[in-house]
Every structure is written in structure tokens, then in C-alpha cells.
Design a protein around this ligand. Structure first.
Ligand SMILES: Nc1ncnc2c1ncn2[C@@H]1O[C@H](COP(=O)(O)OP(=O)(O)OP(=O)(O)O)[C@@H](O)[C@H]1O
Ligand SMILES: [Mg+2]
Length: 368
């Protein structure tokens, strides 16, 4: 549906140097899918989105929608932003303060080149307002809405022209934590219901994991990994990805041997001997980095028979954070700290001995 290829967008800075904001960015989004650009501040997410919208003119690249080229540097095509028929919601969504909810949503129709009759406007606006559950607020002044309602209004305004593509730049960033979570569900439901192809920009990894069909993780203007939320989380391509998405412990280690019986690598690490499943072409002696997610570390107060004894490591509880639905433990294993996420019923005090079991299936090799 949307295809972006070899996109480079640069800005001049004050000293006359170039800021390489988007570098060789490329991806395809199938019809009806939600695609997320994720990454830290300054990595080029907004630049990429604005380039697609036509609000920036990329240096080179090709952008096409449903096989129609809207930008091509080599054939000198540049379709103006208002001709692209994309809906947009920006981080600082501007609600027109002195207009009613209805008039805010009707605004794009009123200023459009296409002429709409009064009846058409009424029908279209009522439809989008009911989609975002604001039909009972149509006459209210827009500023007299809550933050979440204003957010939904901004979305209604973006949807009213029935855009082919919806571009959302951190649309939930102005909301408090609770409302963000609720709006996440609503956005997901809306996007799936309307089946509208969407690009979503965020630096919030949880939001990206929760909403997306596909995620492109960006670093310094480039896409460093592209995949489903599960792929990105479970098979991070680099240390940067593993660190940015979720929490993890990195261990420096050396490959010791291959256990052909269990098909696991036996590994000497900072915290002791651990095992890693998988068939990566390693050799004994290889120096590697292993990533271990806290939810894949099991804590036991006593060494029972449920785990082979050579898989258990002994440590002490260094710190713990009570977070309601779980507790994050830091376990001291010979001077190295390992993160573990446990059920809140585990009450081992700080300083006490504890056993650690790491699932070999969830020990991830990191390519640096
Ligand atoms: N108009 C501009 N002129 C010069 N440099 C710019 C301009 N807009 C962005 N940049 C630079 O381009 C790079 C990418 O910026 P961009 O706004 O795309 O990042 P972002 O990923 O959206 O970050 P954030 O999460 O903070 O919104 C940054 O180094 C930024 O300083
Ligand atoms: Mg941005």
C-alpha cells in the first residue's frame, strides 16, 4: 500500500553542516496495517513521517501509495501535501479553541477543494464523531473537553476526509499514564475496525509493542531492525535494540562447549555457567554477549528437584522494587547484578540467599 525506498532527508544546521536526519530509510506497509517508527529522541522518526506527508522535501528516495508515486527524486515528482490525501495527528494536536466539537471535525471538509453540501458535511462529521465516541459532545466548545476527548477529536478531524493513510506522531504523549493506556486500546480498536493503513511514531516501546503489526526501530537516522513486536522483543538484532525495547541484563561470556544431548551451548559467563539453546555457528572460545530478560529468570528460595542442579546458580538478593503486579529483583551473583521479575508472593529479604534458574530457550545471543 505504502512503499518508501532509499529515503534520505537532511537539514542544514546553523553552522552550515548537514544533519543527516533520515538515512536510507525503506519499508513497505500492506493495506490496513499499523506500522510503527520507534526510537530515541532525535533518531529521525518525525522527519521520516513529515517526508511521507510531503512536509519535508527529501534529498533522495521514492515514496508511493497504491502504486502511485508521490515523491521521486530521480523523476522529479513531488505531490503537494494537501494533494496526498493523508490524515495527520501531530504531537501538539491543535484543536481550534473557539469552535465547537462539530466545527473542529468539519474544518477539513470546509476548507477542502472539493465542495461538500451541508448534508454531506453533517453526515460525515456525525459518522467520525460516533467512531471516536464523541457524538454526544458535538455542540460543546472544544476546549471544554478532557485531554483524552481532545485527543479523540484530533483523530476525528484526521479521519473525516477518509484518508488513504493515517500519520500519527506521538499522538498520546500529552496524556497521563492511565489515559494513555486506555487510548492505546481505543486506537488499536479503531485502526482495526476502520482497517486504515497507519504509520505511528513513538519513542515509547510499550506503546509500539502493544499497537503495531510491524515495528521499525530507528537509530541515528537509520532503521536498525524491522519486524513484528514479538521478533523485535525476542530476537533483538543488536545490543541497542535489546536495550531499547524492554529491560535486559547483558552478560559477557565465553563459549565453553556444545552439549550435543540437549543441543545447548554451555557458556562461561560473569555469573557462572549458563546454557543457551539455538544453533548459532559458535565455536568454543568465542567471546560473546548474552541478553537475559528479567521475566525469563526464575527465582527459587530452595534448590528443589524441578530444575537440574547444574542449571541453578546461587546468589543473594541485592535490591528489589515492589511494582504491584510483580517485583523486580536484582540478584548479586559473584559481584554481577542480574535482573529478575518475580510474582509478588516471593518475599525473600534483601541479603538472603536465593537460587536462579535461567531458561536456555530465552538466553539470547547478541551480535554487536
Ligand atoms: N528543521 C530542522 N532543522 C535542522 N535540524 C533538524 C530539523 N528538524 C529536525 N532536525 C534534526 O534532525 C534529527 C532528527 O529529528 P527528528 O525530529 O526527526 O527526530 P525524532 O526521532 O522525531 O525525535 P523526537 O522523539 O525527539 O521527536 C535531529 O538531530 C534533529 O535535531
Ligand atoms: Mg519527533
Amino acid at each position: 500500500m505504502l512503499s518508501v525506498r532509499e529515503l534520505y532527508t537532511e537539514y542544514p544546521d546553523k553552522k552550515g553542516n548537514v544533519v543527516k536526519a533520515a538515512q536510507d530509510v525503506g519499508f513497505e506497509i500492506p493495506e490496513g496495517k499499523l506500522f510503527t517508527l520507534l526510537g530515541p529522541s532525535g533518531c529521525g522518526k518525525t522527519t521520516t513521517l513529515r517526508s511521507i506527508a510531503g512536509l519535508e522535501r527529501p534529498k533522495t528516495g521514492i515514496i508511493s501509495v497504491n502504486n502511485t508515486v508521490v515523491f521521486s527524486s530521480s523523476s522529479n515528482v513531488f505531490v503537494a501535501p494537501n494533494q496526498r490525501n493523508f490524515g495527520m495527528v501531530f504531537q501538539s494536536y491543535a484543536i481550534w479553541p473557539h469552535m465547537s466539537v462539530f466545527e473542529n471535525a468539519a474544518f477539513p471538509l470546509r476548507v477542502s477543494r472539493k465542495r461538500f453540501t451541508k448534508q454531506q458535511i453533517e453526515d460525515k462529521v456525525n459518522r467520525v464523531l460516533s467512531v471516536v465516541a464523541l457524538e454526544n459532545f458535538a455542540e460543546r466548545e472544544a476546549t471544554k473537553l478532557s485531554g483524552g476527548q481532545q485527543q479523540r477529536l484530533a483523530l476525528a478531524r484526521a479521519l473525516v476526509m477518509e484518508p488513504k493513510l493515517l500519520l500519527l506522531d506521538e499522538p498520546l504523549s500529552n496524556l497521563d499514564a492511565k489515559l494513555r493506556e486506555k487510548m492505546r486500546f481505543e486506537l488499536k480498536r479503531l485502526q482495526r475496525e476502520l482497517n486504515i493503513t497507519t504509520i505511528y511514531v513513538t519513542h515509547d516501546q510499550q506503546e509500539a509493542l502493544a499497537l503495531s503489526h510491524q515495528i521499525a526501530l530507528m537509530q541515528n537516522g537509520r532503521i536498525v531492525q524491522l519486524g513484528t513486536p514479538r521478533d523485535i522483543y525476542e530476537k533483538p538484532a543488536s545490543r541497542f535494540v535489546a536495550d531499547f525495547v524492554g529491560t535486559t541484563s547483558f552478560l559477557q561470556a565465553t563459549v565453553k562447549s556444545r552439549d550435543t544431548r540437549s543441543n545447548e551451548w554451555v557458556i562461561d559467563s560473569e555469573i557462572g555457567t549458563i546454557r543457551m539453546a539455538g544453533n548459532e555457528g559458535l565455536q568454543p572460545g568465542d567471546k560473546i554477549t548474552v541478553s537475559i530478560r528479567p521475566e525469563n529468570v526464575r527465582l527459587l528460595e530452595t534448590a528443589d528437584n524441578s530444575v537440574p542442579s547444574d542449571r541453578l546458580l546461587e546468589g543473594t538478593v541485592s535490591t528489589k522494587l515492589f511494582l504491584g503486579e510483580f517485583i523486580d529483583f536484582q540478584i548479586d551473583l559473584g559481584g554481577t547484578l542480574l535482573l529478575a521479575r518475580a510474582h509478588p508472593s516471593l518475599r525473600t529479604p534483601i541479603g538472603d540467599r536465593i537460587f536462579v534458574d535461567i531458561d536456555p530457550e530465552h538466553c539470547t545471543l547478541i551480535h554487536n
